[in-house]
Write a protein that binds this ligand. Sequence first.
Ligand SMILES: [Zn+2]
Ligand SMILES: [Zn+2]
Length: 369
Amino acid sequence: MQRDYYEILAVPRTAGEDDIKRAYRKLAMQYHPDRNPGNAEAEQKFKEAAEAYDVLRDPEKRARYDRFGHTGVQGGGAGGFGSAEDIFTHFSDIFGDLFGFSTASRGPRAMAGADLRYNLDISFRQAAKGDEITLSLPKRVTCKDCGGSGADKDSKVETCRRCNGAGQIRRSQGFFQLVVPCDACRGEGRIITRPCPRCKGEGVVAEVRELVVRVPAGVDTGTRLRVRGEGEPGIHGGPPGDLYVVLTVEPDRRFQREGQNLLCTLEIGFTQAALGHKTEVSGLDGELPLEIPKGIQSGTLLRIPGEGLPYPGQSRRGDLLAEIKVLTPTRLSDKQIELLREFQKAGEEKPLEKVKRAAKKIKKAMGID
Ligand SMILES: [Zn+2]
Ligand SMILES: [Zn+2]
């Protein structure tokens, strides 16, 4: 006959979450195996309290237990804690701050390999058109001789006798028990009697590997290209990390970049600005015709749609923007000076004539003629 969970934790059926947690912590402290070495009854109570807490801390399980009793929570994850170790792992949040250590990592665990970063400089043209670039990567790869175990072919990998393979040992420090990495096996939980000569027991070796990376068209400085599985190898059978290729795009002489738009400067003479002009402007793929409307001002932006940089992975492109810069001539021939003087005079006459015409109108309207 199983004991009632509320009775085990000595809390009323109306107890709140915090009361239940507090009651469990108290019992866990009392019956903790480290405090009661070799005491089977204490261990039983320790497990019983964990089982009760596992059900009552979960509102859904607790509701089922309240309605149907023990049968309501069977097979739902309640109970069945095989050992104190299971309990430490299961309630690491409680034991972590209770005993001053985290139980989250004990023994050799599979761990994902670290991600790697590779800084790559590319030309403006490579960024604009995309490219395939071969990288030479110094990389740590799993040792082929020992398959990553770090042990010489004929030698055995033995479970560490000091920590029984857990990789951690408990050490008393006053009232508390501390868990520290085992010093005999350096936390690995196993001991290699004869290390692999190729990797010196590390299980990984440094190699230069060539890797082709596809740079999509339209990338910019700061773009990160992720190459899956090309990072550091995993530890204890964990998956490898990823490689991040971080791009720096060299600036271009002709174009300034604003996102996927390109900006260039187009210098024209002041007569061309005044009269209008048909010309060409340098684009990514060669010369592009451009018609400058008459009367254009310096600083005006003329847009040529779809002649900018591609959006990476898309078919659409940004625009090319030509900023007009009107040049004032600095060296003039006598003939040009003469013509310009005439031009100036023609310009001055106009306002004067306007005034005369206006004055005439006013006089007429006022009847002074
Ligand atoms: Zn050990
Ligand atoms: Zn090796």
